[in-house]
Ligand binder design. Structure first.
Ligand code: G6P
Length: 368
C-alpha cells in the first residue's frame, strides 16, 4: 500500500526513491506530451499579462520551493516575485495590488501560518492560487485556484517528494506564464517542455549515486557544522540542504548564497567544517568556482555537487565531487534535490536518529 515502508528502512528513504515516479505523474498532469505544451488542468481566473507582481508564501521546505520558483517566474515570465515566510507575511501587512497574484505552497494544506497568509491575501483582493498535496485540505478549499501535486501521502516529517512535485508544478506554471506574457515563443516552450520531460529520468540517474553519498555521510556525521553554498536556483537548494541536514541529523548547518561567503561565513572556514557546494554547470558556475577557491585557500573541505562539465572545470583542492547527469535546462533543482536529500538521510542514519519522526518537529504545524 501507499502507506507502508515497502522494503525500505524508513518512510523517508521510500519517499526519496519514489520521486522519479511521482514527479512523472505530476508532470503528466501539467504537460501535454503529444503537443509538447504546458496544459494546466484548470482554467486560470486571471491572465498572466495582467499580473504585475507575484507574492509567494509558504513555510519550511515549501518556502524553498517557492524561492526556486521566484527565479523561474522572473527569468521565464519577467514577473517580479516576492517570496515570504508565512509567519512574517501574515503580520507584516504587505501591501498587495488588487488583481495581482498570491501563490501559497503547502504539502499538508493545513499549516496555520500559511492559511492565515492566504486569508489575508484574499481580503486584500488578489487572486489566490495554492500548490497543495492534499486536495481536501483547508488551504485547497479556501483558494481561488488549486494546483495539486501528485506526490501521494508523505509520511516522513522531513518533506522530500512533495518538494520536488511542488517544483514540477511551479516550473510548469512559470512556463505557462512566460508563454501568456509573450516572453517565450512556441519554440522556447517546446525546449523547456523537453527539459521538464527529462526530469524523472535524470532523477532516477541521480539516485544511482546513493552508495557514494552513503560513504560521504560517514564523514559528514563527524562534523559539528556544515555549510551549504549555491547561486541562482542553487541558492534555495543550499538553504534546503542545510534545513534537511539539521532537521533529521541534528547537525548544525547553514545555507548561504555563495556570493555572500565573504560577508561572514568565510570566517568559519577550517578543515573541520565541510562545505557542500551545489553548482551545476550553468550561467553562474564560474562565479561559484571562485567562491570554492576562497574556501580551498583557507583549508576548507569541499563537497561539490555538479555535472560532468562542472567537474572538468572545477580546479580546486580538497574536493569530493558528486557528478550528476548533464542537463540542458534550467530545472536543475529537481535533480539536485536527490543528492541533497540522500546526504541528509544517510547522515541521520549514521547518527542513529529517528529519521521519520525527528525530535521536536511535526509533520504539519496546525497551530501558530
Ligand atoms: C513542517 C514540516 C516540513 C514542512 C513544513 C511546511 O515544518 O516538518 O517538512 O516543509 O512544515 O509544511 P506544509 O505542509 O505547509 O508544506
Amino acid at each position: 500500500s501507499l502507506v507502508d515502508k515497502a522494503n525500505y528502512r524508513h518512510f523517508m528513504a521510500k519517499e526519496i526513491h519514489e520521486q522519479p515516479e511521482v514527479v512523472g505523474h505530476t508532470l503528466a498532469r501539467y504537460i501535454d506530451m503529444a503537443s509538447e505544451r504546458v496544459m494546466l488542468p484548470v482554467k486560470l481566473p486571471f491572465d498572466f499579462k495582467d499580473i504585475q507582481r507575484i507574492s509567494i508564501t509558504a513555510c519550511g521546505t515549501a518556502n524553498y520551493a517557492g524561492y526556486v520558483a521566484k527565479y523561474w517566474f522572473e527569468r521565464l515570465a519577467r514577473i517580479p516575485v516576492e517570496i515570504d515566510i508565512a509567519s512574517e507575511f501574515r503580520y507584516r501587512e504587505a501591501p498587495l495590488r488588487k488583481g495581482d497574484l498570491a501563490i501559497f505552497i503547502s504539502q499538508s494544506g493545513e499549516t496555520a501560518d500559511t492559511l492565515a497568509a492566504l486569508r489575508y491575501a484574499k481580503a486584500e483582493g488578489v487572486h489566490t492560487l495554492s500548490v497543495v498535496n492534499v486536495p481536501t485540505s483547508t488551504i485547497a478549499r479556501e483558494s481561488e485556484t488549486v494546483l495539486q501535486t501528485l506526490a501521494g501521502p508523505e509520511i516522513g516529517v522531513a518533506s522530500t517528494k512533495a518538494f520536488t512535485c511542488q517544483l514540477m508544478v511551479l516550473a510548469s506554471l512559470a512556463v505557462a506564464a512566460g508563454k501568456a506574457r509573450g516572453e517565450l515563443s512556441d519554440e522556447d516552450e517546446t525546449k523547456l517542455v523537453h527539459g521538464l520531460v527529462e526530469i524523472p529520468r535524470l532523477m532516477a540517474a541521480a539516485l544511482t549515486l546513493e552508495p557514494q553519498i552513503e560513504k560521504l555521510a560517514r564523514d559528514i556525521s563527524k562534523s559539528k557544522d556544515v555549510l551549504y553554498l549555491g547561486r541562482g536556483t542553487s541558492y534555495p537548494m543550499a538553504l534546503e540542504g542545510a534545513l534537511k541536514l539539521k532537521e533529521i541529523s541534528y547537525i548544525h548547518a547553514e545555507g548561504y548564497a555563495a556570493g555572500e561567503l565573504k560577508h561572514g561565513p568565510i570566517a568559519l572556514i577550517d578543515e573541520n567544517m565541510p562545505v557542500v557546494v551545489i553548482a551545476p554547470f550553468d550561467r553562474v558556475f564560474e562565479k561559484t568556482v571562485s567562491n570554492m577557491q576562497e574556501v580551498a585557500a583557507r583549508g576548507g573541505n569541499i563537497i561539490l555537487m555538479t555535472d560532468a562539465k562542472g567537474a572538468a572545470e572545477a580546479t580546486v583542492d580538497s574536493l569530493v565531487t558528486i557528478v550528476l547527469p548533464d542537463m540542458a535546462s534550467a530545472f536543475t533543482p529537481m535533480v539536485y534535490a536527490i543528492p541533497v536529500q540522500l546526504l541528509a538521510y544517510h547522515t541521520a542514519v549514521v547518527m542513529g536518529t529517528d529519521v521519520d519522526q525527528p525530535r521536536n518537529l511535526a509533520k504539519s504545524v496546525t497551530v501558530e
